[in-house]
Design a protein. Structure first.
Length: 249
């Protein structure tokens, strides 16, 4: 009986040693993993990558309006309708498609007679009637030329007020994706050059933060914290910036 008891005690002691050894080993492995993770976290590099590309606007938008002064609304609306016909004919003659031309509803407001003291009376002296027109076209050159010669309508008794042409890029979303890829590639190259100069190597990309896009005139250096979208220049440049973090091996 004594021998059996001694064997059982030995087994209990051995089991305790195995459990203790396992606990020590698991603690070592966990601690090593934590240290390795902390080293990985501390051995990173964050760089800024950038990319730029010249682009040409492929959509142009022009806005203008014309107005008449008249004694009564009936004659005024008749005159504004006549002006609309002249304007539409002019736009089409300049290469605009009819479906690209949008006329806004006619608007009008009364004009009051002036008193001797310079104040307005309650008596209506006539009306001012106007109509806005907008053209959006992919024929950028045609719409540019049209806007520059809109003053010629004065020869047809139409006083057309012309706004500056606005220029846009239709594939901007796809262009942004392309520019982000180029900026990220630039960031990787910068990080590689910096790290390899000290004998290291870059590893995986752990994070990336996109900056704002700057769409400026071709030779402009304008920058804004909120981004820029220049619409006055036909020839533009798009700038993209991205901040990327890489691990270091």
């Amino acid at each position: 009986m004594k021998n059996i008891r001694e064997i059982k005690d030995y087994q209990i002691i051995l089991l305790g040693l195995i459990i203790a050894l396992g606990a020590i080993l698991s603690t070592f492995i966990f601690s090593h993993a934590v240290v390795a993770y902390q080293k990985l976290q501390n051995h990173t590099i964050t760089v800024t990558g950038s990319a730029s590309k010249d682009i040409i606007s492929d959509v142009a938008v022009w806005k203008g309006y014309y107005s008449v002064r008249c004694k009564d609304l009936k004659s005024g609306y008749s005159q504004i309708e006549s002006n609309k016909k002249v304007v539409k004919e002019y736009l089409i003659s300049c290469g605009m498609k009819e479906e690209d031309i949008k006329f806004a509803p006619v608007s009008s407001f009364p004009l009051y007679k002036k008193l001797s003291n310079g104040y307005e009376s309650n008596d209506i002296d006539g009306y001012n009637i106007s109509q806005n027109v907008e053209v959006s076209s992919s024929n950028v050159e045609a719409i540019t030329n049209m806007s520059q010669n809109a003053g010629s309508l004065i020869n047809k008794n139409v006083v057309l007020s012309s706004n500056a042409v606005e220029y846009y890029v239709s594939n901007l979303d796809n262009l942004k994706v392309e520019m982000l890829a180029l900026a990220t590639k630039d960031a990787k190259q910068r990080a590689k050059s910096m790290v390899e100069s000290t004998g290291g190597h870059i590893g995986a990309m752990t994070s990336a933060k996109m900056g704002v896009f700057q769409i400026v005139a071709k030779n402009s250096t304008d920058v804004s914290d909120y981004g820029i979208y220049n619409t006055s220049a036909k020839d533009k440049k798009i700038n993209a910036v991205v901040n990327v973090t890489f691990t270091i091996k």
